[in-house]
Design a protein around this ligand. Structure first.
Ligand code: NOJ
Ligand code: CA
Length: 593
């Protein structure tokens, strides 16, 4: 691994030299293991031309924000040409920048500015499906013997209906009848997102060419959308009762998927240091290990959903439990497996804001709970991903009506659940306000002006009215702000290797955790863990609660000094006992004993 000091000596150009050059230098630890990453949702980050939609010129103008924050990599969410049935996750042309976001020259400007500041750029590859407007699909649906027919999954119907009972992820059947050729095509998501046929080697070869195209432009890695949906069952059977009762997913997570990933690795990634990360819905610990084991040649890491799906299933929101978060963090440390490198995140463009979900909405606790979540995110093992706006503690939008939403999933749910009479509108809307993806997609809050400095035009999705208080300009350089805390936490993570790569041990007091959503607040949500490696040990103590909490250090442990706290004057251990204020978080350098 090239250290930061080396980078200063050699210049950022070496760090971001073409992948092969870096591989040849034989870096022992890949760059992405030490990196802190940041997701940009381009539509909502910064508008550069006043049309109300974020774009690459806007992003290029904000690279300094990312560099000042101290992140090493940026994942740019779906940004290729698309009719936007699902905000870019329905690609029409993988080699063209979405016109809403600008031109290839605008992309190049962003890329070169990011690289000049030592920031790697990771692109989003939506390879499970294309848009129905992609030329491959346009050809495929023309006739049963078109050369592109087998790029997609076409089947005859059964008894006058679809071939199987499979349901699409956003509701409705996963099969769409196409009258021209009298067959159904498969779509895991909406009908405008037909699934590609990964069994077809020509499909894979075409996708690998796209990866080479972007790698040659100088991007440093790829996030693969919906990776666990790639391998369709070889037999077209109805869902089993267990599948129906579970997530309803019909794709197979297992050897065939691992085979596809290995094939892609062999053809594109072997011998490079391009970073590959999969979006792995439904994959438990063992499946993640199988897909990302560094001896096998698959992906480098994966986004898991065990924690995210604990309290959100489609539009439904239920309480979350601290015990489940603790259990997930322990499981996701992969301390049992040195060949797996985890990824940690609390937010992305598909989930509501973490401060509204796991933190406290009470005005006196909001900022400190946002900082507590930063403390956790940035002190867990793995590559952390921060989502835009998280670094200033952006919260959910106060949605009240269906026409305030832009998300295709929100509207599909409205049709399937409410208009069909299955669910009362009030129930759906109350849940959706807490679960909707649009909570994460409201524009980035740069300042307190109209439209938060995001655009001079009319924003494509409403700006959260709290932007008058919660914005980058108000927090910039302000000691004690959420933004300053993120910077300090990122710097601390860099300075203390145990926080990034050390072993994880949960040392919470047992039996005192409960529902965070319990009305009226609660006490006892205290969570503590130890991170340690050969260089040192750190104790992370998090009080997920509206009340003060006591924590007795484990036997023999000495808290030597405070490394960081989210409130002024964190408690010193008196007689081995710490008292934490509501939503206080502290990291101590410790002697484990
Ligand atoms: C996951 C993406 O993150 C999400 O936004 C999208 O709707 C689905 N995959 C389908 O591409
Ligand atoms: Ca624009």
């Amino acid at each position: 691994m090239i250290s930061r000091r080396d980078v200063a000596k050699l210049g950022a150009s070496l760090l971001l030299a073409p992948a092969g050059v870096r591989a040849a230098r034989g870096a022992a630890v890949p760059w992405w293991k030490r990196a802190v990453a940041y997701e940009i949702y381009p539509r909502s980050f910064q508008d550069g031309n006043g049309d109300g939609i974020g774009d690459f010129r806007g992003m290029a103008a904000r690279v300094d924000h990312l560099a000042d924050l101290g992140v090493d990599a940026v994942w740019v969410a779906a940004c290729f040409d698309s009719p936007n049935a699902d905000n870019g996750y329905d690609v029409r042309d993988y080699r063209r920048i979405m016109p809403d976001f600008g031109t290839m020259a605008d992309f190049d400007l962003f890329l070169s500015r990011a690289r000049a500041r030592g920031i790697h750029v990771i692109l989003d590859m939506v390879f499970n499906h294309t848009s129905d407007e992609h030329e491959w699909f346009v050809r495929s649906r023309q006739s049963r013997d078109d050369p592109y027919r087998d790029f997609y999954i076409w089947r005859d119907g059964r008894d006058g209906g679809p071939p199987t009972d499979w349901q699409a992820a956003f509701g409705g059947p996963a099969w769409q009848f196409d009258a021209r050729t009298g067959q159904y095509y498969l779509h895991t998501f909406v009908a405008k997102q037909p699934d590609l046929n990964w069994e077809n080697p020509q499909v894979r070869a075409a996708l690998y060419d796209i990866l080479r195209f972007w790698a040659a432009k100088g991007v440093s890695g790829f996030r693969f959308d919906a990776i666990t949906s790639l391998a369709k069952p070889s037999a077209m059977r109805d869902l089993t009762p267990a599948q129906r009762a579970g997530s309803g997913a019909f794709a197979e997570i297992g050897p065939r998927l691992e085979g596809y990933l290995h094939d892609m690795y062999t053809h594109v990634f072997a011998g490079t240091d391009l970073y590959t990360v999969g979006e792995a819905w439904g994959a438990p610990h063992a499946a993640i290990a199988a897909m990302t084991d560094d001896r096998r040649g698959g992906l480098n890491s994966a986004f898991r959903f065990d924690l995210q799906l604990q309290d959100i299933r489609g539009w439904r929101k239920t309480p979350w439990r601290l015990e489940a978060m603790r259990a997930f963090n322990a499981d996701n440390a992969f301390d049992d497996d040195p060949h797996v490198w985890p990824l940690v995140y609390l937010e992305d463009h598909d989930f509501p804001r973490a401060v509204s979900r796991y933190g406290s909405a009470r005005p006196e606790f909001r900022e400190r709970s946002a900082m507590l979540l930063a403390t956790m995110l940035l002190s867990l093992k793995g590559t952390p991903f921060i989502y835009q706006g998280q670094e200033i503690g952006m919260a959910n939008y106060p949605f009240t009506a269906i026409d305030q939403y832009r998300d295709v999933a929100a509207h599909q749910g409205w049709r399937d659940e409410v208009l069909s009479g299955r669910v009362p509108a009030a129930t759906y809307l109350a849940n959706l306000a807490q679960s909707s993806r649009d909570n994460a997609r409201t524009p980035m809050q740069w300042d307190g002006s109209a439209h938060a400095g995001f655009t001079t035009g009319v924003p494509w999705l409403a700006v959260n009215p709290d932007h008058v208080r919660v914005n980058v300009a108000a927090q910039q350089g302000v000691a004690g702000s959420v933004l300053s805390f993120y910077r300090r936490m990122i710097a601390l993570r860099r300075a203390r290797s145990c926080l990034a790569t050390g072993r994880y041990q949960d040392v919470s007091p047992e039996g005192r955790q409960g529902d965070v959503d319990r009305p009226g607040g609660r006490t006892g949500g205290l969570y503590a863990y130890l991170r340690r490696d050969e260089a040192g040990a750190a104790l992370v103590v998090l009080n997920f609660s509206d009340a003060a909490a006591r924590y007795a250090l484990p036997d023999g442990m000495a808290a030597e000094r405070v490394l960081i706290g989210n409130l002024p004057h964190p408690a010193a251990a008196v007689g081995g006992v710490l008292v934490l204020r509501p939503w206080e978080s502290v990291i101590y350098a410790v002697r484990p004993g």
